[in-house]
Design a protein around this ligand. Structure first.
Ligand code: PFF
Length: 455
């Protein structure tokens, strides 16, 4: 534990398997599953996207998640130090730490836009609470959302508030800050999502929503859909940048990594499907546009909240929980940034959390302005705004590449005997399947997808 302390990571472990699970689920379940997944389905091929996403999660995301947790527990330090020391142990070289540096870059970039979007859900809390959105049509909710995006000052305020909420628990440390919050908030979020699906089933066009989500449409599967779904698999599980490596460092030795990983993946898929199940029936019942893009959740659900009895309250609670789900993910983005610098500078954990948070907050203005004064600015030509580029670069390139490098490290560099022990599969066949996936299947699949898209 001493080395972990040196790395600026508070000594100690999650107090229980349940606490770890809630924190890991808290990291993976966030805006990615509730905000991004539904709108990606809408913009990237409907059920075809769903099909490819599920395949990627099982064949690529799950085995890499296991690899990350196992490497983290083996190293028991911040992500960079873990890879440096494991790299030295197995190859005599320290350069493996570079993989985690790539991860830190990805974490900074993701957190910069994540905080802006999470700010939207904070902004919606007073809107719903005060009844401003009661009884609105789809057109009117779209106008409300448009007005929010058009106001850089308001966005900057909510973005700053969210970043502040992220910095505080990270500065306080894993157990005191993160654990206490997640153990009761995540179950509440699930319960509310189930309620919204039931509501959508009764009041929305449930059949149309289900067809849109689940009716297989193999013809719509294009290389673009595959890349988008691959990126989303990494993003929604929080794998590829070292978050799970950082969290694995606190994982008690007796906890089963395979079983825990399956639970995390199941929770991520379930949330995404529930979010889709709540949103699309409302979209179709109200003649809204499923390809609306990043505003989808913010335009559709308020229509439902505005129409149901007690909707102002339910809507308020929903956006609070969305912000909280985002918070349990954003702390997991700031944590590896802090851990990475802790052993390399003399700064305290608190100073690092503030510095990392402020730098990332400033970078967030690239995203923030993409929705208003810079909406016509297309760096590198084409149609992508700054936000589109940051999102594309992180989800579709940095996370998949980082994830594959970690998979290769766990599959080829760590010895078989050590990985058998680190993962603790009961069934040797399942271990072999994992080994095949991280050594061959995931790397080839991801590299082919990424290269064919860049080309
Ligand atoms: N998985 C989070 C979400 O779906 O909202 C986002 C995320 C968190 C991505 C942490 C990557 C990460 F390391």
């Amino acid at each position: 534990m001493q080395s972990a302390q040196n790395a600026g990571v508070p000594a100690g472990q999650w107090s229980s398997r349940f606490a770890f699970l809630m924190a890991a689920i808290g990291s993976s379940v966030g805006l990615g599953n509730i905000w991004k997944f539904p709108y990606m389905i809408g913009t990237s091929g409907g059920s075809a996207f769903m099909l490819v996403y599920l395949t990627c999660v099982m064949a690529v995301g799950l085995p890499i998640l296991m690899a990350e947790l196992a490497l983290g527990r083996m190293g028991r330090q911040g992500p960079i130090d873990t890879l440096v020391s494991l790299g030295r142990r197995y190859t005599g070289k320290a350069g493996w730490g570079a993989i985690a540096c790539l991860g830190v870059l990805a974490a900074v970039l993701i957190l910069s836009f994540y905080s802006v979007v999470a700010g939207w859900s904070l902004a919606y809390i007073p809107k719903l609470l005060t009844g401003q959105m009661s009884g609105l049509s789809g057109e009117q909710t779209a106008a409300t959302f448009g007005a929010l995006l058009a106001d850089p000052w308001a966005l900057a305020f909510w973005h700053a508030l969210f970043m502040l909420l992220t910095i505080i628990p990270v500065a306080r440390g894993i157990q005191a800050g993160i654990e206490k919050a997640v153990v009761w908030m995540m179950p509440l979020l699930f319960a509310l999502l189930v309620f919204l699906v039931l509501y959508a089933a009764v009041e929305g066009d449930f059949a149309a929503g289900m067809v849109y989500l689940f009716k297989p449409d193999f013809e719509a599967i294009t290389m673009d859909v595959v890349l988008a779904a691959t990126g989303q698999a990494f993003f929604s599980l929080s794998v590829g940048l070292g978050t799970m490596l950082a969290y694995g460092a606190y994982l008690p030795g007796h906890v089963s990594i395979p079983r825990t990983s399956v639970v995390i993946v199941f929770a991520a898929i379930l949330t995404a499907v529930l979010a889709g199940g709540a949103i699309f029936p409302i979209v179709f019942a109200n003649g809204l546009n499923p390809s609306e893009g990043p505003g989808l959740v913010f335009v559709t659900l308020p229509v439902a909240f505005g129409a149901m009895p007690g909707g102002a309250l339910v809507g308020t609670v929903f956006f609070m929980l969305l912000a909280i789900a985002a918070l349990t993910s954003s702390v997991s983005l700031l944590e590896p940034i802090v851990a990475a610098f802790a052993s390399r500078t003399r700064l305290s954990r608190t100073a690092l959390a503030w510095t990392g948070g402020l730098v990332t907050w400033a970078l967030g203005f690239l995203t923030l302005f993409s929705f208003n004064i810079w909406s016509d600015v297309h760096p590198l030509g084409g149609t992508r705004t700054w936000f589109d580029w940051i999102d594309y670069l992180t989800s579709n390139i940095l996370l998949p590449v980082g994830g594959v490098l970690l998979a290769l490290f766990a599959g080829w560099i760590v010895t078989r005997a050590d990985s058998v022990q680190a993962l603790g599969f009961r069934n040797p066949l399942l271990y072999r399947l994992w080994h095949l996936l991280v050594r061959v299947v995931a790397p080839i699949g991801v590299v082919v997808t990424v290269i064919s898209n860049i080309a």
